[in-house]
Design a protein around this ligand. Sequence first.
Ligand SMILES: [Zn+2]
Length: 127
Amino acid sequence: MNDRSPMDAMMKGMMGRCPNCGVGSLFDGFLKVRDTCPHCGEALYHHRADDAPPYIVMSFVGIFVVAVMFYVEIAYEPALWIHAAIFLPLTIVLSLVLLRPTKGLMVGLQWAKRMHGFNPNGAGGDA
Ligand SMILES: [Zn+2]
């Protein structure tokens, strides 16, 4: 039944491409997923990425930034304003840079696993 490679679909999604053909653009805007692929016509509106991408990005960025911040504090003991000047922008930039690929990854995974409406037989999730 499952002829779709999750790794392949997630990589295509991370690159912002349709998980089916890898050519058409997945996004119509920064985070809005297209209803259908402009290249192959695959229906993409079935995705239910919801809160998963921001949750994953928040967890990863939080762990990474705090770890680096602790290292910098222990190694260099900079003033607090230097911490703020480095790590606040770093947190914002990393979150924005990682959010779109993470959403593409989630849509690709859902497509490959035929979750939600991606299953043409209607089984395997909510409509
Ligand atoms: Zn496509």
